[in-house]
Ligand binder design. Structure first.
Ligand code: FES
Length: 222
């Protein structure tokens, strides 16, 4: 599935019988009545299109509009158990927050030779996440859930070994079904897969122990 830049629902659910452009094209083909019809039906057509869109946009809540515009997103992680993952939306993109277990963190240490950029040399994360866990707190990974190849949504694969359906020695991570890219539990991309870089770590911070603020770093900068 390609992840659209639009907020979920916007655009995809507006289903006209035919487009505004088609309405205008039909009108222009009838030369004998062109002026009259252009004056009348283009006004009606455009008004109809606008009428269909405006109620939809205005039906968004203020918080939904703010999210769509890129406001920081505050996330309560107090109920996120070890081994669990949650997804929030920030700037129209899915952001994953994963509570990694001690075993998951230990496995990250042994991934080195399988990875294309094990030390996160590429600027796919803020400086404060350029470490072996790619995170501020080792326990929590915060990462944009969009494949760095062509923008598909990778699938969570936390099962170990053959049970994952990925590889027999799989240690947990994410698999992109579009072209087979693999990422570990720090969002680091494997070697020899189509995706060129690690998953993106967005700016984020912890206003308190149980809250993640996506969109604003520890220094207060987006
Ligand atoms: S989009 Fe993920 S592998 Fe191509």
């Amino acid at each position: 599935m390609l992840w659209a830049e639009f907020p979920p629902g916007l655009g995809a659910t507006i289903d006209f019988p035919y487009s505004c452009e088609e309405r205008m094209s039909d009108v222009s083909q009838d030369n004998s009545r062109r002026r009259f019809l252009t004056a009348v039906t283009s006004g009606v057509g455009l008004a109809g299109c606008a009428a269909a869109v405006v109620p939809f946009v205005s039906s968004m809540t203020p918080s939904a509009r703010a999210r769509a515009a890129g406001a920081p997103v505050e996330v309560d992680i107090s109920k996120l158990e070890p081994g669990q993952m949650m997804t929030v939306e920030w700037r129209g993109k899915p952001v994953w927050i994963i509570n990694r277990t001690d075993e998951m963190l230990a496995d990250l240490e042994s991934m080195g030779e399988k990875l294309a950029d094990p030390d996160s040399a590429e600027p796919q994360q803020p400086e404060y996440a350029q470490n072996k866990y790619r995170s501020i707190k080792p326990q929590y990974l915060v990462v944009v859930g969009i494949c760095t190849h062509l923008g598909c949504a990778p699938t969570k694969k936390f099962e170990m070994g053959a049970a994952s359906g990925v590889t027999d020695d799989w240690k947990g991570g994410f698999f992109c079904p579009c072209h087979g890219s693999m990422f570990d539990l720090a969002g680091r991309v494997f070697r020899n897969v189509p995706a060129p870089t690690n998953l993106v770590v967005p700016p984020y911070s912890y206003p308190d122990e149980s809250t993640v603020l996506v969109g604003v770093g520890p220094e207060g900068v987006a």
